[in-house]
Design a binder for this molecule. Structure first.
Ligand SMILES: CN(C(=O)[C@H](Cc1cnc[nH]1)NC(=O)OCc1ccccc1)[C@@H](Cc1ccccc1)C(=O)N[C@@H](Cc1c[nH]c2ccccc12)C(=O)NO
Ligand SMILES: [Zn+2]
Length: 322
């Protein structure tokens, strides 16, 4: 395709190209990468649709088509699978609930059934398993708390025990790991800080100690990495930045340099954003790049809630209406 971009577009968000990239990806169901990601399709739908909404283009997709596909992924247990006919998992149940929230269609759910599926995954020690096979990870604590909060059913779990378990995963560096004693990782820190923020328990976080670990993630390129000595990656623009915002320490990083890093990861011709400059783009990094720019208040991108990972107008509609 002839390159239609001008040099002036360098350092600018080519929003329309990203919209077209996402809509094309939706259509290319049989493409190799979509087959590989087949079991994650519910996550992929959440990434693509939330990006479209952040760019104010959710209206370009057929709501009925998406919603009816989502419902074909619901299991009799109430949980959702990553694709039609696959096994239910807490990961995909959150994505399904988040997509329905985008379309203001939570009301088509049997909320009791979905919330019982999620609440049923809480263990004696307050932790959460991802599905019936029992794997435990603080990622699942976040997913359960975020999902039940959107469904207004947090009373179905033992929130105190859930918080107690998350705090038991705090490390001496102020960060959090996937289980008690596990190494701090930006992704797990987002999950634990997000869950504590939603449950009003951020007093358990040492904001200066954790803020220091997080701001140290910024490399000389302006990009953020997930652990010391690692390469920067656009998706950490979400895991690290949303955590810094939730603990009020975002002024400790250079926001302009981070925005430039994200913009330099765009494919200016075909749309999409990659994990780092010159790499192949994918839906996952396109979402986390646009969401990162939203957290940086980039012009033309709607505001996203750092804890719920949904547009602020969607959260306001849920939290402030009965
Ligand atoms: C399975 N995934 C991953 O392992 C990615 C791989 C990666 C991308 N860039 C560097 N590595 N890593 C990843 O998601 O790590 C984030 C994370 C967050 C919290 C705990 C553990 C890991 C990616 C898919 C992927 C695979 C390969 C390349 C690009 C995307 C993925 O589906 N991640 C999921 C993990 C996840 C699902 N639900 C969550 C809720 C909260 C936090 C994370 C998730 C995600 O971020 N969904 O929104
Ligand atoms: Zn990444």
């Amino acid at each position: 395709m002839m390159s239609s971009t001008s040099s002036s577009q360098m350092g600018q968000l080519v929003a329309d190209k990203h919209v077209r990239y996402i809509l094309m990806a939706e259509k290319k169901k049989e493409s190799i990468e979509s087959v590989v990601m087949d079991h994650l399709r519910m996550n992929g739908a959440y990434w693509g649709l939330t990006t479209l909404d952040l760019l104010d283009k959710l209206g370009t997709v057929s709501e009925d088509e998406v919603v009816s596909w989502i419902m074909t992924c619901q299991h009799e247990s109430g949980g959702f699978a990553g694709n039609t006919g696959h096994d239910p998992h807490i990961l995909y149940t959150l994505s399904a609930v988040q997509i329905l929230a985008l379309f203001d269609k939570i009301n088509i759910l049997d909320v009791g059934k979905v919330s019982s599926y999620v609440a049923g995954l809480q263990n004696e020690d307050g932790s959460f398993s991802g599905d019936m096979w029992g794997e435990i990870d603080t990622r699942f604590s976040y997913i359960a708390i975020c999902c039940l909060s959107i469904l207004k059913c947090l009373d179905k779990i033992n929130v105190e025990k859930a918080v107690e378990y998350i705090v038991s995963c705090k490390n001496l560096d102020g960060g959090f790991g996937c289980t008690p004693g596990a190494e701090s990782h930006a992704g797990q820190i987002f999950c634990c800080v997000g869950a504590l923020a939603i449950t009003g328990s951020l007093h358990h976080v040492d904001k200066d100690l954790l803020g220091w670990w997080l701001c140290e993630r910024q490399t000389k390129t302006g990009g953020l990495n997930g652990r010391p000595e690692k390469l920067p990656d656009v998706c950490y623009s979400w895991w690290v930045l949303s955590s810094l915002i939730m603990i009020d320490r975002v002024h400790w990083i250079d926001k302009a340099k981070l925005a430039k890093f994200i913009l330099d990861c765009q494919d200016l011709d075909n749309g999409g954003i990659s994990d780092r400059p010159e790499d192949a783009v994918d839906i996952f990094h396109t979402y986390f790049g646009v969401a990162g720019l939203s957290l940086l208040e980039y012009p033309g991108v709607k505001a996203i809630d750092p804890a719920y990972a949904l547009p602020v107008d969607v959260i306001n509609r849920i939290i402030f209406t009965k």
